[in-house]
Design a protein around this ligand. Structure first.
Ligand SMILES: *[C@@H]1O[C@H](CO)[C@@H](O)[C@H](O)[C@H]1NC(C)=O
Length: 391
């Protein structure tokens, strides 16, 4: 078969892996080359060997079942899926099972995710848009994967979910928005979630999580440290779909939780993150009994309190809570400790305390590498090194 001989030649020439091509206009008799691309992403995945790159030609893919990823690469021979050159590849999951399931129905594990990644390792995904799926990315019991500049939106469950025994997964520059779960009336579709599992070394950096039905971010029954940096969550928890009864929670960053008998300690690290204009709270430990590190974050203009840490042994330092609703800006109790935060420093913290309370730059285009563009948004006029910065 030509595709395999291409791989073999590449190997003889000392190259790492082969290039495999897929196009929305490819057919079922094609061989996966640039001139004769596969029509099916699953076929490319099934054909790929460690070290191969699967290039998706531009356009919208509408597979009728989700894509199963189960192979393991190695640190020196990773699998890669990315668009070809600067083309734009969109995968629309609307034809997949579970889009949506009926109210109250469960969604079979195997049907979760436009990409269902399970017992797989060393996969890399770049620059893909995943919409209308039964979850966007669903990574379960899968480690050492890398996800960069993905957009997951309008999925019928969480946009990006890590679950189970999953370690060393790195998620950079994710945009995850307007995800919702009609089958649960908004109870569980978040922008990004780590749920029911454990595993070290998982990182979310530079994400934007907005207008999701439940929380921006949710670390529910995930009993290992997750590092969350440079991430912004806004507009979550608003019932934009007319669900009734509405079950969305509406926190920016929900950093724990679970049923009473299954609460686990996750010593998560949250640095340089912003929660603004969420329906409820900015940052909350939500029953997590762990020791979280909460540093240089800003909660502004949320409907309820900015920081709520009453269950954990968290250390909160150099954070800002301002212009939030609720009876007080923060609620810190039990074994949690705070120092050098806006509420420790005291004085006035209102809109005039900031250089800018206008958000178009943080909501606007990212820079070419994928980072959120820098602005004066929510920087204290005092110049004090406190709260989050996009600069
Ligand atoms: C603070 O600024 C935001 C954004 O302009 C505005 O919506 C809000 O009403 C302001 N709050 C106060 C108390 O002035």
């Amino acid at each position: 078969m030509l595709a395999r001989s291409v791989i073999f030649c590449a190997w003889l020439l000392g190259c790492q892996g082969a290039d495999i091509f897929v196009s929305p206009t490819g057919g079922s008799t094609e061989i996966g080359s640039l001139e004769s691309p596969f029509g099916s992403i699953q076929k490319a995945v099934d054909t790929a060997q460690p070290g191969d790159i699967i290039f998706l030609r531009g356009g919208t893919y509408v597979p009728s079942v989700n894509i199963q990823i189960t192979k393991k690469g190695t640190s020196s021979a990773r699998f890669t899926i990315r668009p070809y050159e600067s083309e734009k590849a969109i995968i629309d999951g609307e034809n997949m099972p579970g889009t949506p399931s009926a109210v109250g129905e469960s969604l079979a594990n195997t049907n979760r995710g436009i990409f269902h990644i399970q017992n797989a390792a060393y996969w890399q995904f770049f620059d893909l848009e995943l919409k209308n799926g039964p979850y966007g990315i669903y990574n379960r019991d899968a480690s050492n994967n890398h996800f960069e500049r993905l957009v997951t939106h309008d999925n019928y469950e969480t946009g990006f979910q890590l679950e189970g025994a999953s370690s060393n997964n790195v998620v950079l520059y994710l945009d995850s928005y307007r995800n919702r779960d009609p089958r649960k009336n908004g109870e569980s579709a978040d922008g990004f979630a780590c749920k029911e599992g454990s595993g070290t070394g998982n990182v979310l950096r530079g994400a934007r999580l907005w207008d999701n039905v439940d929380d921006g971010l949710d670390l529910w029954q995930f009993g290992s440290p997750v590092t969350i940096e440079d991430t912004i969550a806004w507009g979550n928890g608003v019932n934009r779909w007319g669900f009734s009864p509405f079950e969305g929670d509406g926190n920016g960053f929900k950093l724990g939780g679970g049923s009473a008998d299954k609460l686990v300690a996750g010593n998560h690290i949250v640095r340089n993150c912003i929660a603004f204009s969420n329906l409820k709270k900015g940052f909350i430990d939500n029953g997590n009994p762990g020791a979280l590190t909460i540093e240089r974050n800003t909660a502004w203009d949320n409907g309820d309190q900015g920081f709520v840490f009453k269950s954990s042994k968290s250390v909160l330092k150099n954070n800002i809570a301002a212009v939030n609703g609720g009876s007080s800006q923060v609620s810190i109790a039990g074994a949690a400790t705070s120092s050098c935060n806006s509420w420790n420093i005291g004085g006035t913290w209102n809109n005039a305390t900031f250089k800018s309370v206008d958000d178009p730059v943080v909501k606007g285009p990212r820079d070419t590498g994928g980072e959120i563009q820098g602005s004066n948004f929510l920087l204290p006029t005092s110049g004090t090194a406190i709260g989050a910065t996009t600069l």
